[in-house]
Design a protein around this ligand. Structure first.
Ligand code: NAG
Ligand code: NAG
Ligand code: NAG
Ligand code: NAG
Length: 347
């Protein structure tokens, strides 16, 4: 005999999961960290005129060496990503993308193998239109062959841009390209510029529930450039939009502030440790202004209720600072243009 109670319960859980469904390909349990060529090198195709801003094999391998030798890998920097301008202007006879033969003479599989031999991950770039934003070969009409090519090259992360196409096309193309990535059977982090183009080019509201079902991360805002004011503007954008974006953000699916990090997280539930009964949180205190300033945090304001109190850890120094009750306040002085990150562990 079917147990009605259990059926009701099962249906309840199905609808609950249905509502919160997001892309689950097992990747990026924490926000991906790494290096992308665009922020500083930009197109980097004119190596003769501009040898110090040359996007080529030598540059990419040197980034892998730097990550490996200089402690970046230990700090969590993992992805090395080639942005726009890496290809020839024509495809090969089988319709496949071809890396620029002067700048990438050994091809992309060679670079990918080198990066993997250092236990790091390799990322690449394309656009959903006929051409990329810098007018190299784009993926329109070639989604399957391009997804397969990236998989064959051992790509671990693919940034897909959205220049030069309409809103309706964007809303379909990202879903289809993601489908072809999935069919390659190679897990690749899928980074979509989708909401950025919907919001800032087409002036419409991005459909975040759909976006978070198909992408591992998505660009919310303008490109970062190598200036502190550009980074500050991005932080300010997240501060303004936080209540709309926050619910789509979590392991496997992230708001993408372009090339900066922890800063999107202000107060987030922390994964419980085994045996934890009480909820807990991590707090990131960010001050982008020019002045020093003290702020007060009271755990009870965030629904923390462990009657035995909490131990406060400074994450950067990995030191337990003090024990507090949930009604105590912590006064934190955040130096100007700095970040303090605390996690509260229930006692
Ligand atoms: C493909 O999608 C399924 C269902 O969402 C997922 O379980 C699987 O990990 C994905 N595979 C790849 C290679 O992305
Ligand atoms: C503490 O808060 C959690 C999450 O809001 C709740 O489930 C739990 O019942 C609360 N416990 C007590 C003792 O208030
Ligand atoms: C916090 O309390 C725990 C458990 O009583 C204790 O082991 C620890 O030393 C205390 N930490 C501090 C910083 O006082
Ligand atoms: C998060 C934080 O501490 N923000 C402060 C940074 O400093 C300015 C100026 O002192 C304050 O107005 C902010 O509240």
């Amino acid at each position: 005999m079917p147990d009605c109670n259990n059926i009701v319960r099962a249906m309840f859980f199905i609808s609950l999961f249905g509502y919160a469904r997001v892309l689950e390909n097992g990747l990026v349990r924490t926000p991906p960290m790494g290096w992308m060529s665009w922020g500083y090198y930009m197109c980097g195709a004119d190596c003769e005129q501009n040898p110090d801003k040359c996007l080529d094999e030598k540059l990419i391998l040197s980034v892998a060496d730097t990550f490996y030798n200089e402690g970046y890998q230990e700090a969590g920097f993992e992805y090395i990503i080639i942005d726009d301008c890496w290809s020839e202007h024509h495809r090969d006879r089988d319709g496949r993308l071809v890396p620029d033969s002067l700048r990438f003479p050994n091809g992309m599989k060679y670079i990918s193998d080198y990066i993997h031999s250092r236990n790091l991950k390799f990322g690449m770039y394309t656009n959903v239109a006929d051409v990329t934003c810098m007018r190299y070969q784009g993926s329109k009409g070639h989604f399957k062959v391009d997804a397969d090519t990236f998989a064959q090259w051992g790509v671990d992360y693919i940034k897909v841009d959205g220049c030069f196409v309409g809103e309706q096309y964007l809303n379909n193309a990202y879903i289809h390209f993601g489908g072809y990535l999935n069919k390659t059977n190679r897990p690749m982090v899928y980074s979509c510029s989708w909401p950025y183009y919907i919001e800032f080019i087409h002036n419409k509201k991005p459909d975040y529930p759909t976006i978070s079902k198909h992408c591992n991360l998505w660009r919310n805002y303008h490109d970062v450039v190598t200036s502190w004011s550009a980074v500050k503007n991005i932080i300010q954008h997240y501060e303004d939009e936080y209540s709309g974006l926050e619910k789509y953000h979590g392991p496997g699916h992230w708001n993408d502030p372009d090339m900066i990090d922890y800063i999107t997280l202000w107060v987030k539930p922390r994964m419980p440790r085994k045996g934890d009964i009480y909820p807990s949180y991590s707090l990131a205190l960010v001050n982008v202004s020019g002045q020093k300033r003290t702020i007060t945090v009271r755990p009870s304001n965030y629904g923390l209720n462990c009657t035995d109190g909490y131990s406060v850890m400074d994450i950067f120094s990995k030191r337990f600072l003090k024990n507090i009750t949930f009604e105590d306040s912590i006064d934190v002085t955040v130096p100007s243009e700095d970040v303090i990150l605390y996690t509260l562990f229930p006692l």
